[in-house]
Design a protein around this ligand. Structure first.
Ligand code: DP6
Length: 365
């Protein structure tokens, strides 16, 4: 049975909320993640065309809290504020998200939800917030289910449903419900992997792979082309099949590189993933480019510095012009010096975010 069938079946006993008097509260702080092997291309219903692998961040997160009360008409009735303000575009996205998952959490129709969300990173920093935002929202919803019905007391079942729902809000959000390294998307050689939910992967020699992520902001402008539009362009992309195959090969390569401490392989895969993603954008139809001159300058500086010093570091990119510089936490002092001396001139107003691998979402009281 697929997870979608399992949750639809389970939802039959989640239809009727026993009326309750005063309002109740749930809240989650959920981090963003950075993909090392990229998800780019999907099919209905939000199924990835290839497996992806990321690590979860620590300092870039969304905090969402929901005060909910019993609603005796046909709901859900939603109020939404982002950083204290009514944001109608975000509210619409949340409403669409709830509609798309209502069959798995039908009880929300009998609820009035007051949702408040804040990000740790500036809204206009060019950092995508869908992974942290949608995962925080999904975690809150499964917490409500648990409070009302007690159905998700088992921790692994709780996070599995959160990942499943988060995925339907934004694919990359499925990976944010776990800390450390996470894989989303079925891979025949990796046990337990699934297209419907993300799974945590255990990496031996963990200390070596405690990673930092310096997020170098080269532009905070709104993207010309959204990720959703980019995913759609993969449908008729001439290199689509080759790309999906490449990603399928890259996931086990990366795990092998980490298991055997093969730094050169790790760097090759991670940087190739970033450049493949952007090459796919450039030669899609219509083509577009999200990298700018400063992005390229940073790429060159990273390559030169690595060659000169031998320090482990790799660049990667999201669907945008900002560079994520991945390094070992033990090298942080040298990396900071490198950024201050060679990189900061390419960052918009000298802005960068000092982030690192984190342990995953935290429940708020
Ligand atoms: C380049 O998860 O933002 O960051 O599922 O349409 O919400 P939707 O897309 P989204 O795509 C992320 C694309 C990426 C790579 C990745 O995170 O794997």
């Amino acid at each position: 049975m697929s997870l979608s069938e399992k949750y639809k079946h389970a939802a039959m006993s989640l239809q009727m909320v026993q009326p309750f008097e005063s309002s109740r509260h749930v809240g989650w702080k959920s981090p963003s993640n950075i993909a090392l092997v990229k998800y780019w291309g999907k099919r209905e219903p939000q199924i990835p065309q290839n497996p992806s692998m990321s690590f979860t961040l620590s300092n870039s997160f969304t905090e969402t809290s929901i005060e909910y009360s019993f609603y005796d008409k046909s709901g859900p009735k939603i109020h939404f504020t982002f950083e204290g303000k009514n944001e109608s575009a975000f509210k619409k996205r949340i409403e669409r998200f709830l509609e798309s998952i209502i069959e798995y959490i039908p009880f929300v129709k009998q609820l009035e939800l007051k949702i408040e969300s804040v990000n740790s990173f500036p809204h206009s920093s060019g950092i995508a917030s869908s992974a942290s935002g949608m995962s925080a929202m999904a975690l809150c919803l499964v917490s409500i289910e648990n409070q009302l019905f007690g159905t998700l007391r088992n921790k692994s079942e709780f996070f599995e449903k959160a990942s499943f729902l988060a995925r339907l809000g934004s694919g990359s959000a499925a990976r944010s419900v776990y800390g450390g390294f996470v894989v989303w998307g079925k891979h025949e050689r990796l046990a337990d992997t699934s297209d419907e939910v993300a799974v945590k992967v255990h990496v031996p020699g963990k200390d070596m792979w405690e990673l930092g992520d310096a997020i170098l902001i080269t532009s905070s402008e709104k993207k010309k082309v959204s990720s959703s539009a980019g995913h759609d362009l993969m449908d008729h992309h001439p290199y689509a099949e080759a790309r999906y195959e490449q990603a399928r090969e890259h996931v086990p390569y990366l795990l092998e590189a980490m298991e055997a401490n093969r730094d050169e392989l790790f760097i090759r895969v991670v940087e190739n993933e970033a450049l493949s993603l952007h090459a796919l954008m450039v030669n899609s139809n219509p083509g577009f480019s999200l990298m700018n001159n400063n992005t390229w300058s940073i790429v060159e500086k990273v390559r030169d510095f690595r060659k000169d010093t031998g320090i482990f570091m790799a660049f990667t990119l999201d669907a945008g012009p900002n560079v994520h510089l991945i390094y070992r936490k033990k090298d942080k002092v040298q990396i900071k010096k490198f950024i201050e001396e060679k990189i900061i001139q390419f960052c918009e107003n000298g802005y960068w975010i000092d982030d690192e691998m984190g342990g995953g979402p935290v429940e708020l009281n």
